[in-house]
Structure formats: C-alpha cells, structure tokens
Design a protein around this ligand. Structure first.
Ligand code: XLS
Ligand code: NI
Ligand code: NI
Length: 437
C-alpha cells in the first residue's frame, strides 16, 4: 500500500470512456504498421520528478505529499522505492529511469555512496522481478551537490572529475546489473556561466576524456546498452557544451566516439535551443546517432525547462513520423521527464498526467501511421527530389564531375531550371488531417 494505491490498474477503455483513469487511445496490443503500440512507444516513467521531488521551486518549498522525502534514511529510500513501483505497476508503462541520487539514502563519502546504492539496488531488483518493470536507463546526478557547482567532467578541479568518475562507475555498473538498456549523461553543469573565468578548450578536452573513460568502462564490464548524451543549450549554466544534436555530433566526431554514443533528445531542450523537436530527431537520424527521447514539453513563452507532460498529438506527429519511418527507437524509449504543476497535490494527479501523456503519444503514433499508409506525403517528398534519382543527379552526387566539368556541361546544355512549388501547405494539410484521434 502507498499513497498511489487508490487507483486500480489502468486499462484501455476506448475513446468513448469517461473514466479519467483509463486509456482512451493507448491500447498496448493494438498493431501499428506490424508492431504493437507498446513496442513502438517503450513508455518510461522517470523517478526524479514524481518520487524524489516534492515540487519545490525557487520561490517556495514542496507541496506534493511524498512522505519519504526529507530525512534521507534507508527506511525512507525503501518507502520511496515501494511507492514508485506501486505507481509503475498500476500505470502499466513497462519502463522506468532514475538517477543514483533519486533512489538511494544520503551518503557522505564515496564508500558510503557505493554501499547505499548497492543496498537500494537489491530492493529495486526485487521489485522489478515482482512487477516485470524494465529499466530504460540509469544516470548519475552530477549537478545537484555543491561540489558540482562548476561542473563534473569540466570542473577546474581534477578531484571533482575523479569524484564524478567514481559516481559514474557505481551507477553504470548498477544499471548493467539491473538490465538497463541505456545509460544517460546529461551535462547539467558541463558548460560555463562566464567565459572570463573559463578555459573552454581545456574543459572540452576533459569532457571528451571523461566520455571516453565511460565508454571504455562500458565495454570492460560487458554492458551492451547504449551510452546517450542528452543535449540542452543552457539552464542551469548560461551555456552548456552539448547544446543541441549538431553540437553533440561535432563533439563525438572530435573524440572518435560517433559510433559509440547516441543522443537522448528532450522536446523542451530543443525548444530552448530555438529548434523544433522534429529538427533534433531528424538531425539525429541523419547523423546516425538517434538514441532515445525525453518527451516532456516546455512552454514556448517561458524560456524555462518547465517539464510538462505532452498533451498535443499534432505537435509530436512530425517527429513520430520520422521515428516510424526509421523503424522505431532501437534501445530507446519515450521517457516522461515531466512533472506535475505545484498545485497538483492529489496523488491521483500523477496518474492523470501520465495517462494524458500516454494517450497523446498513442494519438501521434496513429496519426503517423495514417500519414504513412496514405503515402501522399512520402510521394510529395520523393517527387521533389526525383532529379537526384535520375542519371544526371546520381552522377553529380557520386562525384563524377569536377566543378569545372559540371560548369562546362551546364553551359553547353544551356540549362535553365524553372522554380517549382515546394507544396508546404499541402504537406502540412497531409499531417493535420490525420491528427484526428
Ligand atoms: C534536465 C534534464 C534531466 C535529465 C537527466 O533538464 O532533462 O532531467 O533528463 O539528468
Ligand atoms: Ni531530460
Ligand atoms: Ni530537461
């Protein structure tokens, strides 16, 4: 029994249902383009916003009843674990994700840290086998403790770098033992507040070194999951080095890690970077580094990481289309790195938030299926690029011409290409009409 025990396991009841605690669209066994909804979405509940936080903001303390928060004892960590798994198993999402600090009792030294994490890992493993929950990813919190105020891997002090290495070793190994399918690094404070006191070149080199050590260790322990970097442009730092997918790709290339590390893209981090979510997803596929998603949105006007649950399928449909066209996320999933609003003090609010988010993803999935089955959008794109599949286009792309040879040929043939419609309005209408569920 926990504060989340009042709701019975959430079931699919269909679009006509008026039950707030039922799925209207998410039907895990429904087949979408040959794959079950559950297998496309790989839905994930995050630990930190829902169980390890009371909803405090910079203007006031926590408001949500989370009786285990505050003391940091083993007893309270155990109670938190049990409540979290009670919620997970009733919601019916198959995955969860956590930071080391979210789950464990407080520790003062690295030795205590190791022991406390191992202790709670036993309980998590037991609850996982009872509930059949799976771990999408584990991660280290390398940004909350005061020692990380100037970053972890990019800290001016190598001892902080070493402390972070010790922390990552513990949680990477725990993630491996718990069958985690990915390991995430979000560089919360890997950036700067002012360049006046920052050696950017050195910090970037240290950041690269850290990542190489993580990858080496992953192979050493035989972890088969994917290592993911989560890009974000700023907050808490003024500038974060892994600001977007393109910056991460450049960083990976520079360090020879482009085949080893992928990205965990968060919707609102894209918004904060001034990019569309579908831009980041499309870029990640184009660079070959698509990994996983944090599907929480922001508020386009606030400029903050407000971590809200998604509730608009049409916003997500273009990215979902890209994901379906690539056959899904591989080891990745859709993680709700999202939190309730501060007034949502009823434990049941957490169910409503997740159910709405999950139904929104299911709607976007069905919209993408409709767009693909209709084939018109794909045909529009194909037609637009048709010249590149014809012999002349192919020869250019394959490098048959030098600039001089191509210029000579263009002059000789007196080519004079006419503008053609990009059909943007039609493309947009072909998406909108499928967002009807
Ligand atoms: C913060 C990030 C964080 C990561 C995990 O903005 O989204 O929650 O997902 O450290
Ligand atoms: Ni995130
Ligand atoms: Ni975030």
């Amino acid at each position: 029994m926990s504060i989340f025990s009042d709701v019975s396991p959430v079931k699919f009841e269909g679009p006509e249902s008026t039950n707030d605690f039922a799925y209207k669209v998410y039907d895990k066994n429904r087949t979408v383009l040959g794959k079950r909804m559950e297998d496309w979405l790989r839905l994930t509940v995050c630990y930190w916003h829902s169980f390890a936080s009371g909803g405090a903001d910079m203007f006031g303390g926590g408001t949500w009843p989370r009786p285990w928060l505050g003391s940091g004892t083993q007893e309270m960590a155990d109670a938190k674990t049990d409540a979290a798994f009670d919620f997970f198993s009733r919601l019916g999402a198959p995955y969860f994700a956590f930071h080391d600090a979210d789950v464990m009792a407080d520790a003062n030294t690295l030795e205590e840290h190791d022991a406390a994490l191992k202790k709670i890992e036993e309980r998590i493993a037991k609850r996982m086998s009872e509930t059949k929950m799976k771990l999408l990813w584990g991660t280290a919190n390398l940004f909350s403790h005061p020692r990380y105020a100037a970053g972890a891997a990019t800290n001016p002090n190598p001892e902080v770098f070493a402390f972070a290495a010790a922390q990552v070793r513990c949680i990477l190994e725990a993630t491996h033992r718990l069958g985690g399918e990915n390991y995430v690094l979000w560089g919360g404070r890997e950036g700067y507040d002012t360049l006046l006191n920052t050696d950017m070149k050195a910090e970037l080199e240290h950041f690269g070194r850290f990542l190489k050590m993580v990858v080496e260790h992953k192979h050493k322990i035989g972890f088969k999951g994917t290592i993911l970097i989560e890009p974000k442009p700023f907050e808490p730092t003024k500038h974060q080095y892994d600001r977007d997918v393109a910056a991460v790709y450049a960083f990976l290339l520079k360090n020879g890690l482009e085949k080893e590390v992928k990205v965990n893209i968060e919707v609102n981090h894209a918004t904060l970077a001034g990019l569309d979510f579908e831009h980041e997803v499309t870029a990640a596929y184009a660079y070959g580094i698509m990994g996983s998603l944090d599907i929480n949105r922001g508020d386009p006007r606030s400029g903050w990481d407000t971590d809200q649950f998604p509730n608009n399928a049409q916003d997500i449909a273009p990215a979902m289309l890209e994901i379906l066209n690539h056959g899904g996320l591989g080891t990745g999933g859709f993680n709700f790195d999202a939190k309730l609003r501060r007034q949502s003090v009823d434990p049941k609010d957490l169910y409503i938030a997740h159910i709405t988010g999950i139904d929104t993803l299911a709607r976007a999935l069905l919209a993408a299926e409709g767009i693909i089955k209709e084939k018109r959008l794909a045909a529009l794109k194909e037609e637009r690029y048709a010249g590149w599949s014809a012999p002349f286009g192919k020869e250019i792309a394959e490098g048959k011409y030098t600039l001089q040879a191509l210029a000579d040929l263009a002059v000789k043939k007196n080519i004079n290409p006419k503008p053609v419609s990009g059909k943007q309005e039609l493309a947009e209408s072909l998406v909108a009409k499928h967002c009807k569920f």
